[in-house]
Write a protein that binds this ligand. Structure first.
Ligand code: C2O
Ligand code: CU
Length: 456
């Protein structure tokens, strides 16, 4: 039976475990195959993997609250849920084979932890994520500030990238070595919250908070805008010290987020929009038609968001440093690397699907890239000796890009490092445990760019 989007959503709502009076029932997240309208409505529906709808249900909780979700695996392969960008106990981090055993088909796992930081985060599987995220498994996780800025509308846009055929089928070429050795498996169609674009009505000078989440497996999103006066107020969930005027183009690597506050300034027949750059044109992702109702005046720039309670970096000139060399890929210079502790020439690595390395190790090595004690600050100069951009992501520990001995940007959890660049980050170790450090182009992490930091 072919389900329409509406009846599909209806039937899913009925299967959600809703809390019943007197019972401490835990809400469920159930990844499972689904058939949904992904291409525009005049195209056929698509077989995807989702946590109910597409994207997964938005989780929105106040800062300081506890998040409790039971993963019920409805897939025919093991999975986990990783809570991207959050500071949490290591056992709740959701990394298959590192912080927990992967959850078998039909199995369950209970996640529960306190939300220390406000901001825009997301959740996704951390087992075969190049395929599981690529097939659609991702959802927004919004932690609201007690003292949030006043806006007319606050919404998350989960951006997903699909490799589709015009008949609505997904191209099922996950894990192809050619993609992995280049920019990753980039699709040919991008959705915002599962739709080709989103339309809203708002008065002139109406104010929006838009939380952009790049949930693509590998595509770097380049977004242009018109008809808005706006500011960037947070990156990867964490507030900028001062809201910055919107740059002409917003660039979001896979896994990265950006909170915008935008005021509608379009008038007459114009609309205000965000558009995804594709070649030399832009496709509308989010469009606002100014309505008749008019606010009387343009508004002042928003105040900065309240900072999150992160431990300070301290005196960076005294901090230890671990250099990270990023090597490999097509057109790279890597000739050998260690895999499973054995030094191997490139052609043997390729046999195992490994084409990238971090500090000479391809795949998850037995020993961490660094061992740090709680409270200690570690600097990590990231040296991209490849022909490709990478988005380096550290679990459980927000970091700052540093310039010399000072912070050069806000706290964040993923940083885009361009070919040939050296970008230095620093973080303060907190919760003990093994924390992944990898490229968030999920085809790259699956083919070697996967390491870890030990906090002990
Ligand atoms: Cu968003 Cu290790 O992942
Ligand atoms: Cu990469």
């Amino acid at each position: 039976m072919k389900l329409t989007r509406r009846t599909f959503l209806g039937s899913v709502a009925a299967t959600l475990a809703l809390p019943r009076a007197g019972l401490a029932a835990v809400a469920e997240l159930r990844p499972a195959p689904a058939n949904l309208q992904i291409l525009p409505s005049d195209y056929p529906t698509t077989d995807v993997w989702g946590y109910g709808g597409m994207p997964g249900p938005e989780i929105r909780l106040p800062q300081g609250a506890r998040l409790d979700r039971r993963l019920v695996n409805g897939l025919d392969q093991p999975t986990t849920i990783h809570w991207h960008g959050l500071r949490l106990p290591n056992a709740m981090d959701g990394v298959a084979g590192m912080t927990q055993d992967s959850v078998a088909p039909g199995g369950t796992f209970d996640y529960g932890f306190d939300l220390k930081d406000a901001g825009t985060y997301w959740y996704h599987p951390h087992d075969r994520s190049y395929e599981q995220v690529g097939r659609g498994l991702a959802g927004a996780l919004i932690v609201t500030e007690a003292d949030a800025p006043e806006v007319d509308r606050d919404e998350a846009l989960v951006l997903q990238d699909w490799r589709m055929q015009p008949d609505g089928t997904m191209v099922e070429d996950f894990g192809a070595l050619h993609d992995m050795a280049h920019a990753g498996r980039i699709g040919n169609y991008v959705t915002a919250n599962g739709q080709s674009y989103i339309e809203r009505d708002l008065p002139l000078h109406g104010r929006l908070r838009l939380r952009l989440i790049n949930a693509a497996a590998s595509r770097v999103m380049q977004i242009v805008h018109a008809g808005f006066t706006g500011w960037t107020v947070a990156e990867d969930g964490h507030p900028l010290e001062t809201p910055a005027a919107l740059p002409e183009m917003l660039v979001l690597g896979p896994g990265q987020r950006m909170d915008l506050i935008v005021d509608v300034s379009a008038t007459g027949d114009e609309t205000a929009y965000l558009g995804l750059v594709e070649g030399d044109s832009a496709a509308v992702l989010y469009e606002v038609t100014p309505s008749e109702a008019e606010r009387d005046a343009a508004r002042a720039a928003p105040a900065p968001l309240p900072p999150n309670p992160l431990p300070p970096l301290g005196d960076l000139s005294k901090a230890r440093a671990t250099e990270v060399r990023i090597e490999g890929g097509a057109m790279g210079r890597m000739t050998a690397a260690r895999a499973d502790g054995v030094e191997m020439p490139m052609q043997d690595l390729v046999q195992q699907g490994l084409v990238w390395a971090l500090n000479g190790a391809a795949g998850v090595p037995d020993t961490p890239i660094a061992t740090v004690s709680p409270g200690e600050t570690l600097r990590m100069p990231l040296i991209n000796d490849t022909a490709w951009p990478h988005v380096m992501h550290l679990h459980g520990h927000p970091f700052r890009v540093i310039e010399g001995d000072r912070p050069g940007g806000p706290w964040r959890d993923s940083v885009l490092v361009m070919p040939g660049d050296r970008t230095e980050i620093a973080f303060v170790a907190e919760e003990p445990g093994d924390w992944m450090f990898h490229c968030h182009m999920l085809d790259h992490s699956a083919s070697g760019m996967m390491h870890w930091v030990k906090v002990r």
